[in-house]
Design a protein around this ligand. Sequence first.
Ligand code: NAI
Length: 385
Amino acid sequence: MRILKMGQVGGGIGAFIGEVHRKAARMDGGIVLAAGAFDVVPENSLKQGKLLGLDPKRVYSTYQEMIAGELALPLGERVDFIAVCTPNHTHYPIAKACIQAGFNVMCEKPMTLTVKEAEDLEALVKKTGVVFGLMHNYTAYPMVKLAKDMVKQGDLGKLRKVVVQYPQGWLWQLLEKSGQMQASWRTNPKTSGAAGSMGDIGTHAANLAEYITGLKITEVLADLTAFVKGRKLDDDGNVLLHFEKGVKGLLHASQIAVGEENNLKIWIYGDKKGLWWSQENPNFLHVISQVAPEEIWKRGNGYVADKSKTAARGTRIPSGHPEGFLEAFANNYANFADTIRAKEEKRRAKPEELDFPSVEAGVRGMKFINAVVTSSKKGNIWVKI
Ligand code: NAI
């Protein structure tokens, strides 16, 4: 296995998700951090590079300098991919520049600010053939992959209903007023996009529902609210969903649900059985029935591996030793990296290697945001995606 070199944009000192990407990428020993433009303030990027022990020649003041500096290195020395871990409004220009320079990209969600930008990136990825990953990490948990395989294998029967929720409470007050970095850009339409909580976490919930069911959401009816006085973007939203094949559902995402942390949870009901999974207790998948006791499937056991190859592939340690958030990120990185290696080896990537969200998921996310915002603004009407 060739060890891939990672470049990173974002993830400066005090940033949230950049450090998660670094930890997850190196988890399996197949990726090393080699370069970065870590912060919007150039001096802070240099400070972060020093703390991370990088070669000072590979720590850049801006992403443009990183692209130019890495392109000047011979193939094999330069980074194999660039992870974009910056606020939403910067994803499009940074990802576009990286792709145009021929770099593979791992990008944070939501992918862009508009549907048009998302479609532009999709066309560019297709044209150039770069490998593109989108960090919807919740679909990378082994028990979510097991749920997907159960649905696919017909265990639930014909699907009828999906309920998915993502409540958080951390924006229950005007936190952005204090200048808190993560709250500030997330609540500003210029840096966050057309939606607040729906873009930040509603897109994760929609992606989870589409991944497990294998069905697309076709239309939505949304009611978005900014509960906190002075806030410009939604901090709460309730959405009715229509999926393909007549499946119906609902999604709620909130950042003012006081007391909640990251209570992402999904229930799927078919005409034979149902299932539910909770992100805060992710090593278990619950299968429920009208005529039999509840089954609790536990990560890491042989019966999971028998049922789902992708769930087994996304498991590192024996059952009973919990795996979670970092491992899910690492699963997306492992599959993304194997797909890059497959390209290098001029072979077709296997389906299990391709099991990570890509640019199409980014386009779906942007269409979802666009539809829920439109629906809510137009007085809670059904809007097609
Ligand atoms: P943050 O505010 O904690 O960190 C952003 C970092 O990007 C800072 O270090 C900032 O200096 C840097 N930055 C901004 N513009 C830059 C530029 N032009 N060049 C270089 N660095 C730049 O933000 P956070 O919470 O880490 O979020 C970043 C992205 O990750 C967002 O798009 C967010 O939606 C996404 N995210 C995804 C999560 C997931 O579960 N997949 C969880 C949290 C965030």
